[in-house]
Write a protein that binds this ligand. Structure first.
Ligand code: MTE
Ligand code: HPA
Ligand code: MOS
Length: 757
């Protein structure tokens, strides 16, 4: 089954916010934002800006009739700066004009006087100044304090991991217009219609039912539109409501990069204790999360870092702490992996440092500590259907790792300026929102008189192919042709209170709800078929490929005729279903429970070549064994693995968020901030599905795939580091991701002089 969006995507006909044909009198909004990372607003003067031809209004804090507050988890985020500015790019006002040009010109004429205050830029600075978003949290298992003395080797160190810009193809945007009776409709490029609706209602001071939020699809979100689509939707909504005209606000790429939050940079202090035979006995880590100026989803991201602190390994004694540090950067936010990549990077960094210190191959330590069936994570859940070792062993065998090892070693003896590195990366990622209450999905299914079907769910299509999977699940359940279905936009009037499309759970939660709705419809249709065929038991009725069977025998009754009869019999042809993941629970007081429906496993084998003269590198090969469960759409799922892998490689290598002391992004456009392109893609890229048991809590046994494969990119970092150590065995192990070309070059020669002596 091909992705149902293929045709319109390829023809350029897919509709995003900026493609909605504008209504008459539509105004274009342009954001006027803070030029400083921290300061007190002394005065703002709009008078000159208001004179610009075409300007119809400038919306600022004084226009807010409700509350100037859009915080989700914590109410700490102003929609527009009122008295202070807390980061560069913080919205102060929205200029609305007949054209974008006029709005931009007017924005340039706004005069603002800000008294500059000292900005805090790094997490460690904020930690020292005791500036936190929420109290720090710790996951503990066993007793590290008493176990250190039993460790044969204790390795300590520091690590850093940079953030990441989302670079979704469609920038943030919204189109809002007033409707009759004081209602408002907002088309938003959001992963979370409910968050937009809730925040807009609060800002406008009107109830949620008067606001309809609609999302046809979004041009990528990657987490960047879970919470951060909200300000733009609220600004457009506020302007439309105040000026009583349609208002469109679409950020330019540069505005988007400068104004929105990103993946959280983290700093770490770690300590790892190994036994003589390289078993992990103890692990402690302090993680300093750079949250930015307000909470956004940082407390939830922090939680996922805690959950993934021991990655794919069994650690009997662990103490993992995360500090969510408040800084003067745009609020950092959800990004594919959601705090897990940071937790999973630092333990890998600790293993690398241990391997280098002990003179063993990192793979040896990794392999000896992989999770086994029944092992408990620090949060107490046991690894069930644990495929960690199965993935590792399968990758080792099928990809001929022994042979690769000798080829790499051989290459390294023969070459002086080019060096190769080989790494394995074991993946383990928990599926479910860590906040149990978010694990719910809904679906509304209508069967029309002509036998066609409409589906609306709470999920947002953002390129991940979720609507295709949902359509497949519905078609399989009803056993009718996929051609009979349309999946409609995600809309708060049809599906209320949906969880954001996130945590890789969109397909499971909303797909399962769709199956439930179809099953309810099927039961009613069978009841009608039973009467029509004068059969005794609806359980003897089956629908197969649009034909009705009785006791296994084909009848003359077709799908279309049955739908007609059902309507005639005044039996409902619509169903709304609600799904809530069973089993899961978590107790925040004890930090123990069973938060995840299941885990996804995998292993990536990576080979890189470093040009040690230039500090550049190529990813020669990535071969992955991935645990899809039993995929219902392998084409889409492999696409997800490949896309996530590339995004993960970018995170670990060339994507650098350099922030200066004034809190300004140094690389703040796409000519300087570089994401992987086709030339950067591994020359050989292979994804093999592991033959695993389908999990009952996955959609038709097809495991969630959206985020987990991003972490395979971590393998590339360590492959590069290994190659660099081949060139310079004295290399200072600075565990600082991303390993940009500059960093690679500078570290290669850092201690080179000593080596030549
Ligand atoms: N794939 C595409 N093409 N575009 C995206 O924005 N987002 C990722 C992933 N895959 C994304 C994507 C993220 S962050 C998540 S959480 C999941 O898709 C969400 O979708 P799902 O729950 O349906 O897997
Ligand atoms: N993952 C992704 N997004 C989320 C989560 C989560 O666990 N919780 C809240 N938003
Ligand atoms: Mo994904 S970061 O959970 O939107």
């Amino acid at each position: 089954m091909i992705n149902i969006d293929s045709r319109t995507h390829v023809r350029g006909e897919s509709i995003y916010v900026n493609d909605i044909p504008p209504r008459e009198d539509t105004l274009i909004g342009v954001v006027f934002a803070s030029p400083l990372a921290h300061g007190r607003i002394k005065s703002i003067d709009f008078s000159e800006a208001l004179q610009v031809d075409g300007v119809e209004g400038i919306i600022s804090a004084k226009d807010i009739k409700g509350e100037n507050q859009i915080g989700g988890i914590i109410q700490d985020e102003e929609l527009v700066a009122d008295k202070t500015v807390d980061y560069i790019g913080m919205p102060i006002a929205l200029v609305c004009a007949k054209t974008g040009r006029a709005a931009r010109k007017a924005a340039s004429k706004i005069k603002v006087d800000i008294e500059e205050l000292h900005p805090i830029v790094t997490a460690r600075e904020a930690h020292a100044a005791k500036k936190f978003i929420v109290p720090s949290r710790t996951f503990k298992t066993g007793d590290t304090d008493s176990e250190w003395k039993n460790c044969a080797h204790v390795i300590e160190g520091q690590a850093e991991m940079g953030g990441q810009e989302h670079v979704y193809l469609e920038t943030q945007g919204a189109y809002a217009y007033p409707m009759e009776n004081d209602c408002l409709k907002i088309h938003s490029s959001t992963q979370a219609t409910k968050y937009v609706q809730r925040a807009a209602a609060k800002v406008l001071g009107i109830p949620m039912h008067r606001i309809e939020v609609d999302v046809n699809r979004i041009g990528g979100g990657f987490g960047g539109k879970e919470d951060q689509a909200t300000p733009w939707a609220c600004l457009a909504g506020l302007a439309a409501y105040t000026l009583k005209k349609p208002v469109k606000l679409v950020l330019s790429r540069a505005e988007d990069i400068r104004m929105t939050g990103k993946r959280h940079p983290y700093s770490f202090d770690f300590k790892l204790g190994l036994s003589k035979d390289l078993k992990i006995l103890c692990y402690e880590v302090q993680c300093f999360q750079n949250a930015g100026a307000c909470a956004d989803v940082s407390p939830a991201v922090m939680e996922r870092t805690l959950f993934h602190g021991t990655a794919s390994y069994f650690v009997p004694n662990a103490r993992i702490t995360v500090h969510s540090c408040k800084t003067n950067l745009p609020p950092n936010t959800a990004f594919r992996g959601f705090g897990a990549p940071q937790g999973m990077f630092v333990i890998e960094a600790a293993l690398m440092k241990a391997a280098a210190t002990l003179g063993v191959d990192m793979m040896e330590i990794q392999k000896r500590n992989l999770l086994s069936e029944g092992d408990r994570f620090p949060y107490d859940q046991a690894a069930k259907n644990c495929n960690a070792r199965k993935c590792w062993d399968t990758a080792w065998e099928t990809f001929g790792v022994e042979k690769l090892k000798s080829e790499v070693a051989d290459f390294n003896t023969k070459n002086t300026l080019f060096k190769k590195g080989l790494s394995l990366y074991p993946l383990c990622f928990g599926i479910s929102f860590t906040k149990t209450s978010l694990n719910q999905g809904r679906s509304l299914v209508h069967i029309y008189s002509d036998g066609t079907v409409s589906i609306t769910t709470g999920v947002v299509e953002m390129g991940q192919g979720v609507n295709t999977k949902i359509l497949q699940a519905a078609a399989l359940t009803l056993s009718i042709s996929p051609k009979r279905f349309t999946i409609h936009s995600t809309n708060t009037s049809r599906i209320a209170n949906p969880s954001p499309t996130a945590a890789s759970s969109g397909a499971d939660l909303n797909g399962k709800a769709t199956i439930m709705a179809c099953q309810a419809l099927l039961a009613r249709l069978k009841g009608v078929a039973c009467q029509e065929l004068r059969a005794q038991d609806p359980d003897d009725i089956e629908i197969k490929d649009e034909v009705i069977y009785h006791k296994g025998k084909k009848t003359d009754l077709t799908w279309e005729r049955l739908v007609f009869l059902t309507e005639e019999a005044r039996v409902a042809l619509s169903e709304h279903a609600h799904y809530a993941t069973p089993i899961i629970h978590f107790n925040k007081a004890t930090e123990k429970g069973h938060p995840f429906a299941y885990h996804v496993y995998g292993t990536a084998v990576t080979v890189v070549t470093v040009d040690c003269l230039r500090g550049t590198y190529n990813v020669d090969l990535v071969k992955i064994v991935h645990d899809f469960g039993s995929s219902i759409n392998l084409d889409i799922d492999i696409g997800q693995v490949e896309g996530a892998l590339l995004q993960g490689i970018g995170l670990m290598t060339i994507e650098e968020l350099l922030i200066d002391q004034k809190g300004k992004l140094v690389y703040d456009d796409l000519s300087s901030y570089k994401v992987p392109d086709i030339y950067f893609t591994p020359q050989t890229l292979e994804v093999n599905p592991l033959d695993t048991k389908p999990d009952a809590l996955a959609l038709l046994g097809s495991k969630a795939v959206g985020e987990p494969p991003l972490m395979y990119g971590i393998g590339t970092y360590f492959a590069i580091l290994k190659a660099m150590r081949e060139f310079n065995p004295q290399l200072k192990l600075e565990l600082w991701a991303p390993m940009t070309h500059q960093k690679c070059l500078m570290s290669l020669y850092d201690n080179y002089g000593d080596l030549l002596k």
